[in-house]
Write a protein that binds this ligand. Structure first.
Ligand code: ADP
Ligand code: MG
Length: 365
C-alpha cells in the first residue's frame, strides 16, 4: 500500500489535549514505531488511523485515499482494511484457533473453500498450523498473541497496526517475538505501525521511530539517528541511558566551547553543534549529554597524554549486570553513570575520559 499520511491531526478528550497537530508519513512496506512514555498519545494515534477514534481535526490518507478529513470524511473502520492487534489479545475464548482466524473472512462472506485455504496459509505463517483445533485456554500467551496476529492478517490488510502486542509476554519470550515478527513483516512486506513504550523493542525492530511526548512529535528517524543524534534532551534521555550535565558554556573560536560544571575545577571541552550557536541566545547555560558506554575508563596509572576531558571520579555505587558493570560516581557536585567491563571497588577512584565527540550540547531546560 502507498504511504500512510497524517496531517495536522488533533484530538482532545474534554479539556485534555491528547494530540497536537500531529504530522507523520509512513512509507510503503515500512515498520514504523510510535515510541513514548505512557499517556503520550500513541494508542490515540493508532486508533485514529484504524478509525476507532475520530480526531477533532486533520487529515488521514492511505495513498490517494482520504479516510479522514475533518468532519467531512470519516471512513468506517471495517472499510479501512487495517489489521489490528492489541495488548490484550482479544481472541475469542469460545472459538478454536481455526475459527478465530476464519472469523474476519466469514464476516466478509468469503467462500468456505477459499476460507479454509487462507486460514491454513496464515496459520502456517505464524507457525500455529498444528494447533488449529485448540482453544485459547489451551495455548500459551505467546501463542494466543500469534492467533491475534493471524486473525489480523487473515484478510490481507493494507496496514498492520500493533498496539503494545508483546507487553504481556515475559522478557525472554518478548525478545524472540520481536525477531520473529520483524522477519514475518519483512517477508510479507506489509506496512506496519507499531506502538510501544519500550525503547529496546523500538530500536531492535523498526525501520524508523517517531518519539512522542505529550501528544507532540519530538523526533522521527532511524534507530541509529534517534540514539546517536537525539533532537533534544528528552529523546536522549528516553531512548537509552544518558548523563545530563548542566553547566555554563564559554564559546571558543575553534568550534568548541568550555563548559564549567558546578563543583568541577576544570572545564569540559565540547564541540558546539546544534543548540549552541556561538553562545547566542543561550545565556551561557547549557546541558550536556553523554552516554555511559561512551565514557572511557583508564587504568589507575592514568590516561594517555593527549586525552582531553580526563577527570577523576569517586565510585559511589556499582551494579554487576552480567555483561557489564554500571557505576554511579561523583562528578563535581553531580553524578555520572559509567558503563564498563572492568571491575572497580566501591569507594575507589576512577580516571575517566569524556571524549568530546561523545558529548552533545543542548540549551538550558
Ligand atoms: P499511550 O497509548 O501513549 O499510553 P493514549 O493515547 O492511550 O496514550 O492516551 C493519551 C491520553 O489520552 C491519556 O492522558 C489518556 O488518559 C487520554 N485518553 C485516552 N483515551 C481516552 C478516552 N477514551 N477518554 C478520555 N481520555 C482518554
Ligand atoms: Mg497505549
Amino acid at each position: 500500500m502507498p504511504d500512510l499520511t497524517l496531517t495536522k491531526v488533533a484530538k482532545s478528550f474534554g479539556v485534555n489535549v491528547v494530540l497536537h497537530d500531529l504530522d507523520l508519513r509512513v512509507r510503503d512496506g515500512e515498520l514504523f514505531t510510535l515510541l513514548g512514555p505512557s499517556g503520550c498519545g500513541k494508542s490515540t494515534t493508532l486508533w485514529s488511523i484504524a478509525g476507532l477514534h475520530s480526531p477533532d481535526r486533520g487529515t488521514i490518507t492511505f495513498g490517494d485515499r482520504v479516510v479522514f478529513d475533518g468532519g467531512r470524511i470519516d471512513v468506517a473502520p471495517e472499510r479501512r482494511n487495517c489489521g489490528v492487534v492489541f495488548q490484550s489479545y482479544a481472541v475469542w475464548p469460545h472459538l478454536s484457533v481455526h475459527d478465530n482466524v476464519a472469523y474476519p473472512l466469514k464476516l466478509r462472506k468469503e467462500k468456505r473453500s477459499a476460507r479454509a485455504a487462507r486460514v491454513r496459509e496464515v496459520l502456517e505463517l505464524v507457525e500455529l498450523d498444528r494447533l488449529e483445533h485448540r482453544y485459547p485456554h489451551e495455548l500459551s500467551g505467546g501463542q494466543q498473541q500469534r492467533v491475534a496476529l493471524a486473525r489480523a492478517l487473515a484478510h490481507p490488510p493494507d496496514l498492520l497496526l500493533l498496539d503494545e502486542p508483546f507487553s504481556n509476554l515475559d522478557a525472554k519470550l518478548r525478545e524472540r517475538a520481536r525477531e520473529w515478527l520483524r522477519a514475518l513483516q519483512q517477508r510479507i512486506g506489509v506496512t506496519t505501525v507499531f506502538v510501544t513504550h519500550d525503547q529496546h523493542e523500538a530500536l531492535s525492530m523498526s525501520d524508523r521511530i517517531m518519539v512522542m511526548d505529550q501528544g507532540r512529535v519530538r523526533q522521527i528517524g532511524t534507530p541509529e539517528e534517534i540514539y546517536q543524534e537525539p533532537a533534544d534532551v528528552f529523546v536522549a534521555d528516553f531512548v537509552g541511558t544518558v548523563n545530563v550535565l548542566a553547566g555554563r558554556a564559554v564559546p571558543g573560536a575553534d568550534g568548541t566551547a568550555r563548559v564549567w560544571l558546578d563543583g568541577l575545577g576544570l572545564p569540559l571541552v565540547v564541540p558546539t553543534g546544534a543548540g549552541l550557536d556561538g553562545g547566542a541566545g543561550i545565556d551561557g547555560y547549557v546541558r550536556l549529554t553523554v552516554r555511559p558506554e561512551r565514557i572511557v575508563v583508564h587504568p589507575p596509572s592514568g590516561a594517555p597524554a593527549d586525552a582531553v576531558n580526563v577527570v577523576t571520579v569517586k565510585v559511589r555505587s556499582r551494579a554487576f549486570l552480567g555483561d557489564h558493570y554500571r557505576y554511579v560516581a561523583d562528578l563535581g557536585e553531580r553524578e555520572l553513570v559509567v558503563r564498563t567491563l572492568s571491575p572497580v571497588d566501591h569507594g575507589s577512584e576512577l580516571t575517566v575520559e569524556l571524549p568530546p565527540d561523545a558529548i552533545r550540547i543542548f540549551g538550558p531546560a
